[in-house]
Design a protein around this ligand. Structure first.
Ligand code: FAQ
Length: 308
């Protein structure tokens, strides 16, 4: 197993598997991306999780509970995928809570109303699907396979968000205003989920060459805008961008300039909820120490027990 075999596998659009030889930089990039993705799922439970006890009906509570549980499941799949590259799950969590690994900027914004639950489903899960469907063809086998199941569940998440918003839009004026206010707050941060513009993206060129990423950040952002505009029209909400319009020459929607300084600020730890999100995660990790110890003691006993 050599560089030549690795290159041939990538050229033929086949998958790199855990036991295959791979360049160190490929392994490092995969661990970075998968860990960031896993952390995003786990931290991403917090903004919506805050509304489980305040859901307006038993039906909405059951749906939200199921969605947040799915996010935990996605995080666990992804940590397992990172482990196939030799990463250690506890080590990854420690890097997250000490600020040495990132998670998606989007989860550093507060959820101020129940409409935010719907808008996260519609826009945040919508952006996640746009970004993740091509990752089902990512060159690293365990990641690509995890992504297939995750995307199926994300589709359900997106639909539940849209359905919640349709219910609110059929309601009172106050409910419609609540939806519009939520869209105004989440639209731009959702566009930032796709990462910095291509010209400033550190990893895109190499990740495309290795077929980890199949499209650039800007390509996926454009796809998301084009996909979302008709959905906003159908819902009856306005996307908060006066420059958003169809460009017949390009066959795409033009849209306004994103505030990249905001993305930089949020990524570097200075968003509205960064400190709180990490604090909650740190406390959960510390409070869970006894569970990990008990599981390890149980596993050790099982290994030591004579087989019958
Ligand atoms: N936030 O060179 P690039 C979800 C970092 S969906 C924070 O362009 P790359 C589902 C980047 O890591 C959200 N950091 O990087 C859900 C790099 O960091 P470095 C998670 C960001 O990797 C829904 C640096 O900036 N999805 O969780 C962001 O080629 C609802 C330079 O950037 C994924 O992770 C950002 N927005 O492209 C859960 C998808 N953007 O080198 C709950 C997989 C960039 O300093 C509720 N990941 N950075 O360590 C990817 O597709 C890619 O990693 C990108 C970034 C596209 C995110």
């Amino acid at each position: 197993m050599t560089q030549e075999h690795f290159d041939r596998t990538i050229d033929r659009d086949q998958r790199i598997e855990p036991r295959d030889w791979m360049p160190d930089a490929y392994r490092t990039t995969m661990v970075r991306q998968i860990a960031q993705h896993a952390h995003s799922e786990i931290i991403g439970m917090q903004p919506e999780g805050e509304w489980i006890t305040r859901a307006p009906s038993l039906r909405r509570k059951a749906i939200l509970l199921a969605k947040v549980q799915d996010e935990a499941g996605h995080g666990l799949y992804l940590y397992s995928a990172a482990e196939t590259l030799g990463a250690d799950r506890t080590g990854l969590t420690e890097k997250l809570i000490s600020g040495r690994q990132k998670y998606s900027s989007i989860f550093n914004y507060p959820t101020l109303s129940f409409a935010d639950v719907g808008v996260i489903g519609w826009l945040v899960d919508g952006a996640a699907i746009c970004n993740q469907v091509p990752l089902c063809r990512s060159s690293y086998g365990p990641y690509a396979r995890a992504m297939i199941r995750i995307c199926k569940e994300e589709s359900f998440h997106q639909r539940q968000g849209y359905e919640l918003l349709m219910a609110l839009m059929r309601g009172t004026d106050a409910q419609r205003e609540m939806v519009q206010d939520s869209v105004n707050r989440w639209w731009w941060p959702s566009l930032m989920m796709f990462g910095p513009p291509d010209a400033d993206s550190t990893h895109t060129a190499q990740s495309m060459a290795w077929k980890i990423k199949r499209h650039t950040n800007d390509e996926l952002r454009q796809r998301f805008v084009d996909m979302t505009v008709p959905q906003a029209e159908a819902l009856g909400v306005t996307l908060p961008d006066p420059d958003l319009r169809w460009n017949a020459d390009r066959g795409h929607h033009d849209f306004g300039e994103i505030d990249w300084s905001e993305l930089k600020r949020v990524i570097s730890g200075d968003g509205p909820c960064n400190a709180e999100r990490i604090d909650v995660r740190r406390t959960a990790h510390e409070d869970g120490a006894w569970v990990r110890e008990a599981a390890a003691a149980h596993a050790a006993k099982q290994t030591a027990a004579p087989s019958s």
